[in-house]
Design a protein around this ligand. Sequence first.
Ligand code: NAD
Length: 323
Amino acid sequence: MKRAVVCGAGGFIAGHLVKRLKGEGYWVRGVDCKHPEFSESEADEFLLLDLREPRDCETALSLNGGPPAEVYQLAADMGGMGYIHTAECEIMHNSALINIHMTQAAVRAAVSRYFFASSVCVYRDMKPGEPELTEEDAYPALPDNEYGWEKLYAERTTMAFGRRHGIAVRIGRFQNCYGPGGAWTGGREKAPAALCRKVAEAYDGGAIEVWGDGSAVRSYTYVDDIVDGIRLLMQSDLEGPCNIGSPEYVTVDELAATVARAAGKHVRLVHVEGPVGVRSRNFSIRRMASIGWHAQWNLERGIAKTYAWVEAQVNKRRGEQTP
Ligand code: NAD
């Protein structure tokens, strides 16, 4: 039986990845500094460890009977735009330590295949309508925020360790990922979950606040598609970072309208000041397409599924708050 270690397994994407690996017949060790919030982990074994600590990284990767066949490094100090803009020191410090110590531990444990979760935040800001950027266009580097700079540094650290120590490194640069099981409140939530929550809390005919003027262009990728991409990439020979994201680009206002349709509500958008991030995105996904990856979920279908889940969380919280 193949054995995998999934770091960040108490979180959103890695939680879904654990489920996928279990479905494919792997033995899985999940590692995180917290348990999953919304459901029990499906991992065979779940270790609570602080991956900023070198010792904990070594514990994460040490298994009886030899190294894990695959390591998936998705642990990060992470959040939506609100978090990225207010916690830049924490992000630079915590995520850099995790990645430095995890790569070192992978060498010590003689790991042969290592996946690192990067982000399209490594790219510069773009103007709406600009031609798509390829993976090479991350250089000369000008990420819009410190989260992106840390990802770029961690990509390079991981690749350098891979080159020197013969580890097959695979790197996915994820677009905004959404779906059931992600942060939906508390400050770390990203735009799709935040808008689902606001719409779920609003009454039909009411209003919700949207950060910025609503014109920023993004694509949003359903979590199952991201997990498909991680698995395909890990099994492939593709070296170097690969963009993984839906080619369906929409404005923030269009995203909000999609959420309102999923809810069956009419809501008015009130634009307020808030951190927005880059004005536009447009990336080539040719590298991932070359190994057969294509997004299977369009925004309408993915948001419908996500809205239903967030609405259930909102209703559950309401129930808990009602005496
Ligand atoms: P998440 O916050 O749900 O998961 C990250 C997990 O890392 C959390 O459970 C957290 O507890 C854990 N973690 C943080 N510090 C740790 C530490 N010191 N020790 C052990 N565990 C620690 O985030 P996610 O959305 O599932 O993202 C997973 C990965 O994908 C991250 O690396 C993130 O940067 C990357 N990514 C996510 C998106 C997205 O839209 N969600 C987009 C691009 C890249």
